[in-house]
Design a protein around this ligand. Structure first.
Ligand SMILES: Cc1cc2nc3c(=O)[nH]c(=O)nc-3n(C[C@H](O)[C@H](O)[C@H](O)COP(=O)(O)OP(=O)(O)OC[C@H]3O[C@@H](n4cnc5c(N)ncnc54)[C@H](O)[C@@H]3O)c2cc1C
Length: 404
């Protein structure tokens, strides 16, 4: 338990979900002196086939300067209100900035924390406009030069690429980072329970509080919120990464990230166009992840290397980085993850019907970037609830004393 222990009676929290959102929320609640129990169907691990989005993530931190109008980058949310979108941008920027603040110190102990500081080379098929460049200048280690393509041994695709820039930022090895978070939370006194909660949380809040001896419940169950919060706006967006060895034995080691432009990988078996972004992200010490695409409303993990859109993704990665052309199918392991997307974007709030329940979910493709910021806002919401509950009970106590 930390030195900064919260006084009873409002000091214990149940967190549902052990992805990056649940674990980061647990970490910050423990830091603030709350006692935490985490219940989850699945915990992050280094298993062969990822079960939760947080294990399958590419896990590059996205800088605030690139968190502008993110909704427009995806065709999935065409009806988001413009003013709401601007407010959303500001929240995303704030959360991303806090993520950098928390990740950077962890980069000093990468092998233990799974957080690395790496150069990211971003490539574009059109000239980057002046306004974007002005924003990008704020990024750590920013360089704007087309010569980055040659410097890093990449290809401009026979003149298809027109611009390039680089910055330096954290990239996460998700299973390692998840393990580190679990270790740190355990060290600070958290209890972990493997199990599933079924049904609407609002209909079982008292039972859950009693069973787990808590005063508050935080829902960090990602797509589980369709059932637990009755949230019909949640939907899956499938993605896949190809994992290869990056220890110099197959090709000269790649120690920087590459982000290509948005692209199409063709069509899936039901005729749906597969959009994505070609990228190469080193993972940990000696692996490289090749990605990835956005396939809405797909729950299954049945993605294979022979799927035409996966082949197209692999070809585009090889075209971008010719040293990967030596890769054979037997060198490649396919990993699949289902992103927790939400029509109205993420949800970080106190439940409007049951004030002991809080929600932190729907981070879609930015959970590794927004985790720290959204968890901090969530902890502040619980702090505020504790303050008002404490005020009510002291008024009640004063009332009782004055009646004596
Ligand atoms: C291929 C891919 C690439 C990505 N790349 C990036 C990137 O580069 N940068 C970035 O910032 N983000 C990226 N993301 C997004 C990021 O990984 C997700 O936003 C994030 O992992 C979501 O975390 P989560 O904790 O909300 O959900 P999850 O990781 O899915 O965790 C949900 C948790 O809830 C539990 N649960 C669910 N239902 C119940 C229940 N009924 N009872 C008990 N427990 C339950 C699950 O077992 C699990 O523990 C990527 C994702 C994918 C798939």
């Amino acid at each position: 338990m930390t030195a900064n222990v919260r006084p009873e009676p409002y000091n214990r929290v149940l967190i549902i979900g052990s992805g990056v959102i649940g674990l980061t929320t647990a970490y910050l609640l423990l830091e603030r002196g709350y006692g935490v129990t985490i219940i989850a169907k699945d915990f992050p691990s280094t298993r062969h086939l990822p079960k939760i989005a947080s294990e399958a993530s590419g896990a590059l931190w996205v800088p605030p300067a690139r968190m502008v109008q993110p909704v427009k980058q995806t065709p999935l949310d065409p009806d988001v209100h413009h003013a709401g979108q601007i407010a959303m941008d500001e929240t995303l920027k704030k959360w991303s900035a806090y993520g950098e603040e928390r990740y950077i110190p962890l980069c000093k102990d990468s092998r233990n924390t799974g957080v690395y500081l790496r150069e990211v080379v971003a490539l574009s098929r059109k000239k980057i406009d002046r306004a974007s460049l002005e924003r990008y200048k704020q990024m750590r280690g920013f360089r704007h030069s087309f010569s980055l393509i040659k410097e890093k041994g990449l290809s401009d695709g026979n003149g298809q690429l027109k611009d390039a820039f680089a910055f330096v930022g954290p990239i996460i090895d998700p299973p390692k980072f998840g393990t580190w978070l679990i270790q740190e939370c355990t060290r600070k006194g958290a209890h972990f329970i493997q199990g599933a909660i079924r049904g609407l949380l609002t209909q079982q809040a008292d039972a859950l509080k009693m069973t787990y001896g808590v005063q508050f419940i935080v829902n960090c169950s990602g797509l589980g919120s369709i059932e637990l919060a009755g949230d019909k706006g949640m939907y899956p967006v499938r993605g896949s990464l190809l994992m290869v060895k990056n220890d110099g034995s197959l090709f000269p080691k790649i120690d920087f990230c590459v982000e290509g432009d948005h692209t199409s990988f063709g069509f899936d078996e039901i005729g749906q166009e597969i959009n994505g972004c070609t990228y190469l992200f080193p993972r940990g010490e000696n692996r490289l992840m090749l990605g990835s695409f956005y396939q809405p409303n797909r729950w299954d993990h049945d993605v294979t290397l022979s799927s035409p859109y996966v082949q197209s993704m692999l070809t585009q990665c090889k075209n971008l980085c010719p040293r990967l052309s030596v890769l054979k199918d037997s060198d490649i392991q396919v990993t699949v993850g289902i992103r927790p997307a939400r029509k109205d974007q993420f949800r970080v709030e106190q439940d409007p019907y049951e004030p002991c329940i809080f929600h932190n979910y729907g981070h879609y493709r930015w959970g590794m970037t927004l985790n720290w910021g959204s968890a901090r806002d969530l902890v502040n919401l619980i702090d505020n609830a504790v303050t008002s509950l404490t005020r009510i009970s002291s008024h009640e106590a004063i009332g009782k004393v004055s009646k004596l």
